[in-house]
Design a protein around this ligand. Structure first.
Ligand SMILES: [Zn+2]
Length: 371
């Protein structure tokens, strides 16, 4: 589908980038979900994402494709992080960034700064656990439920959605029942007593955050599947969310299952059987590199085309935005071209579906309005 080249993208889950200049170990650390390139790892340029950076980014910095990593990093340092960010983001064709602001806000650029680099709009997604930890630091546990509801209500004036990292804290096998305020107070008091109120990992509180977001009608994102070493991946299968998805069906609130890899086929199934479930493969695409076409096609086996969104989950490096969007466009075009070649859908329908997945589905579900 040649038209895919010019289509704007709504990136419904992404993060800021770091503005400090990066030496090679620091750059490699941001290529991986590991905390750093370990001594036994070898170079993390020798990965799908590393090769993706060398394939796609050097021409944006006036170097030949596949320029050696050290040469690339030297040129990057000479241009400076701001100019690199402007060039990388200009190559993405992203019209709207929906930025998760709840992780390392001291280190990463704000939504306004992302917008400043690119001229695209940037919006906030509020992270539930971070917000709760801030509230619990100042509110008495007995008043926590009301204080959290008030804070989220306030944040929802500008934020377009909420995100839960339940996967990182308690796993996704959440009891779907809505906890009472008494249970919330007790759990908050226990977190303060145990010294875990700065990193809340409690099933009752997690359910309370989720239901508060649902009550406010905020589109609700869940981290699902693959992530850094902090996650117990066996507790991140989206099928574990099935009881909660049943309980929230009919609420009218979209639930966004982020990334999903390697459970993306199960996520596609959930998107088919629940009309309020939306799915993407986010950071999987730059991490699987040459396999991006296969992974996106697997998501699109069962997921209705109206339930699939684009996200880069770019974090730290502006290069990730450039690599992820290039791979996504290529993978979606290949998937749709294959359907055209098989005479399974006509070109005009393929173009309509492309526009839905690139931006239309996100505009509808986050109430973004027209471009
Ligand atoms: Zn993310």
């Amino acid at each position: 589908v040649s038209a895919l080249d010019g289509l704007p993208l709504v990136d419904h889950h992404c993060h800021g980038i770091v503005r400090s200049s990066l030496d090679r170990p620091a750059f490699e650390a941001l290529l991986t979900e590991a905390e750093r390139a370990g001594p036994l790892h070898g170079s993390l340029f020798d990965t799908q994402v590393g090769m993706g950076v060398r394939a796609i980014c050097p021409p944006l910095l006036d170097l030949p494709r596949f320029a050696p990593a050290d040469e690339y990093l030297e040129r990057r340092a000479a241009l400076g992080p701001d100019e690199v960010a402007r060039r990388m983001l200009a190559a993405t064709g992203i019209s709207d960034y929906l930025v998760d602001t709840g992780f390392l806000p001291q280190v990463l650029t704000s939504p306004a700064q992302l917008s400043g680099y690119s001229g695209a709009r940037a919006h906030e997604i509020v992270r539930l656990e971070t917000t709760a930890e801030e509230v619990l630091a100042r509110a008495d546990p007995s008043a926590f439920a009301d204080a959290f509801r008030a804070e989220l209500h306030e944040r929802a004036r500008t934020a377009l959605g909420a995100k839960s990292i339940a996967a990182y804290r308690v796993g996704l096998d959440l009891d779907p029942a809505r906890p009472s305020d008494g249970e919330v107070s007790e759990a908050a008091a226990a977190a303060v007593r145990n010294g875990t109120s700065g990193r809340i990992a409690d099933g009752t509180l997690t359910r309370f955050f989720v239901w508060t977001a649902v009550d406010l009608g905020l589109p609700l994102q869940f981290h699902v599947g693959y992530g850094d070493a902090d996650v117990d991946l066996h507790r991140c299968d989206p099928l574990l969310l099935t009881p909660l998805l049943r309980a929230t069906a009919g609420s009218g609130v979209p639930v966004m299952l982020l990334h999903n890899y390697p459970f993306h086929r199960s996520a596609g199934y959930l998107a088919q059987v629940f009309d309020h479930v939306f799915v993407d493969v986010g950071l999987a695409l730059h991490n699987v590199g040459t396999r991006a076409e296969a992974v996106l096609a697997e998501l699109l086996e069962l997921a209705p085309f109206g339930s699939v969104l684009f996200s880069s989950d770019a974090f730290g490096l502006a290069e990730i935005y450039a690599v992820n969007t290039a791979l996504f466009r290529r993978a979606l075009a290949a998937f749709l071209d294959d359907g055209i070649a098989r005479e399974f859908w006509p070109r005009a329908e393929a173009e309509r579906i492309a526009a839905m997945i690139c931006s239309g589905n996100a505009r509808r579900t986050y109430r973004l309005g027209t471009a």
